[in-house]
Design a protein around this ligand. Structure first.
Ligand code: ZN
Length: 243
């Protein structure tokens, strides 16, 4: 799922989130940058290993792990298993969407299918932000108020990367999250154009992005509420592979 949907979900499960839990709920998608891989905080083994490291070496930052757990359970429903299907987002994809996404980013069929699931999730994010406009401000305020050096230092130690490199990736990641008002449908074209640079390091076709996003809105409009209701009703937080 996309950033604000993760925070929406985390807040439903725990209305009094601290800053680290909010950041934790979006941290696995830090993989959009090259700071960490998609497996690092989406696969069970990576999460378990990282969690032990935090508990042992930086217990004061352990509420980050609660956020990562929330992220994990929502992504599991979106990617792996939801109501007897292979995940809500993958199950909502149509061939027409795959074709539009393929044209938008010049992707082969398989990569277009994977990226199509992100479009479905983008549409859910848009609907979530219509319902809870304040999520944008909560995320913005949390990022602005977050004490980044300890988190940066911890990730640098764990992933064996220079602190400066992690800090730069955080700036890019947070800037992508806060740059556009994603409650406005027009924002999704420039957002995806930027995201294309992160994901594929290439330019995109804005006309096809627009069509893919519009189609995703119609593919999700009758189902996203059920998905969110199901997601917030699951309080079992056992870590699983979520991609
Ligand atoms: Zn994720």
């Amino acid at each position: 799922m996309v950033f604000h949907t993760h925070v929406y979900h985390a807040r439903k499960l725990n209305p009094n989130l601290d800053k680290l839990t909010v950041i934790g709920s979006i941290l696995p998608d830090f993989a959009l940058t090259s700071a960490i891989s998609w497996d690092d905080l989406h696969k069970k083994s990576g999460i378990v290993k990282f969690s032990s490291f935090v508990q042992e070496t930086n217990p004061e930052q352990r509420s980050l792990l609660t956020g990562i757990q929330y992220h994990n359970s929502l992504d599991f429903l979106s990617h792996i298993a939801y109501q007897g299907t292979h995940g809500y987002a993958y199950n909502s994809i149509t061939e027409e969407l795959v074709s539009l996404v393929s044209k938008a980013f010049a992707l082969d069929e398989q990569r277009a299918r994977v990226t199509s699931h992100n479009f479905i999730e983008s549409a859910v994010e848009y609907y979530v932000l219509q319902e809870q406009r304040e999520l944008s401000f909560i995320v913005e305020r949390t990022i602005a108020a977050m004490d980044m050096p300890p988190l940066t230092a911890m990730l640098a130690t764990y992933y064996k990367k220079p602190e400066k490199e992690i800090a730069t990736h955080f700036i890019n990641f947070f800037s992508l999250i806060t740059k556009y008002d994603l409650a406005k449908s027009d924002s999704w074209v420039p957002f995806w154009n930027d995201l294309s640079q992160f994901l594929f390091q290439r330019e995109s076709n804005k006309n096809f992005i627009k069509k893919a996003f519009q189609l995703s809105l119609s593919l999700t409009k009758d189902t996203y509420k059920d998905f969110l209701t199901t997601a917030v009703s699951i309080t079992d937080t056992e870590i699983v592979d979520s991609n």
